[in-house]
Design a protein around this ligand. Structure first.
Ligand code: PEP
Ligand code: MN
Length: 278
């Protein structure tokens, strides 16, 4: 509960802090597909100013016949790309059995929407001392989302970040419905950092920038965005991936909105350095 931690929890990940005044952007492809694809995408997001590199190696696909991710070899590529570009990495863990490998190499363990109430997995994550990004379930209420986070916190792991990624509603024009009020609500009720994934929330590249700016204005602590060097060739979620150019353009527009809500893009130096004051 927020009242128990009035200053809010800050999650430290490889020198980056999520939950303070600094706004943190995690970006990269939906899935790691190969060395070249990952390198081009990682280079693009690093140059544009992203703070973490994302990339799924275990993919929760709707069809069992769709590309399921590269597994361990993909994780090695992700680790190497993160090191090359100086970015900590975030990747999804789908099953408890994957935890030893993922916990050893990933800087943030992502729990996908479909696993939000996988209580065995949540309990196992609670026993670790590693940052966890908990996505909101496709049909989960905000209270169920916070209760799921509680399973991790109750085990003693306090490094939890919440992620709103859109929910199922009667609306079909977009992949999901981005619930920005849930972000403001979660920030009010919970002490945990809350970030927004506008990629899965909309499924439409042209909506990602406006929803990212809106998320920043609504008080989110960061973003998780899918960026692919060649979206048309992607093996997973290419139709919603931002091109490197569109991602760079969004990164240039974020500081203006953040300044209006007394925030700034995260930098190691902190706000004083950016403002050139104090
Ligand atoms: C993802 O981040 O690629 C993903 C599968 O997201 P979600 O769990 O929100 O569908
Ligand atoms: Mn995806």
């Amino acid at each position: 509960m927020r009242s128990a931690h009035p200053d809010g929890t800050r999650v430290r990940v490889g020198g980056v802090e999520v939950g303070g005044r600094g706004f943190v952007v995690m970006a990269g492809p939906c899935a790691v597909e190969g060395a070249e694809q990952l390198e081009l995408s990682a280079r693009a997001v690093a140059h544009a100013g992203a703070h973490l590199l994302r990339g799924g190696v275990f993919k929760p696909r709707t069809s069992p016949y769709a590309f399921q991710g590269m597994g361990e070899p993909g994780l090695k590529l992700l680790v190497d790309a993160g090191r090359r570009h100086g970015l900590p990495i975030i990747s999804e863990v789908m099953e408890t059995e994957q935890l030893p490998l993922m916990a050893q190499h990933a800087d943030i363990l992502q729990v996908g929407a479909r696993n939000m109430q996988n209580f065995g997995l949540l309990r196992a994550l609670g026993r670790l001392r590693k940052p966890v990004l908990l996505k909101r379930g496709l049909s989960a209420t905000v209270q169920e989302w916070l209760n799921a986070a509680e399973y991790i916190l109750a085990g003693g792991n306090e490094q939890v970040i919440l992620c709103e990624r859109g929910i199922r509603t009667f609306e079909t024009a977009m992949r999901n419905t981005l619930d920005l009020a849930a972000v403001a609500w979660a920030k009010e009720k919970s002490h945990l950092p809350v970030i927004v994934d506008p990629s899965h929330a909309t499924g439409i590249p042209s909506l990602i920038a406006p929803m990212s700016l809106a998320a920043a204005a609504a008080g989110a602590d960061g973003l998780l965005i899918e960026v692919h060097a060649r979206p048309e060739q992607a093996l997973c979620d290419g139709q919603q991936a931002l091109s490197p150019e569109d991602f760079a353009s969004l990164m240039r527009r974020l500081p203006g909105v953040l300044a209006a809500v007394d925030r700034h893009l995260w930098t190691p130096a902190g706000p004083a350095q950016i403002a050139g004051a104090r």
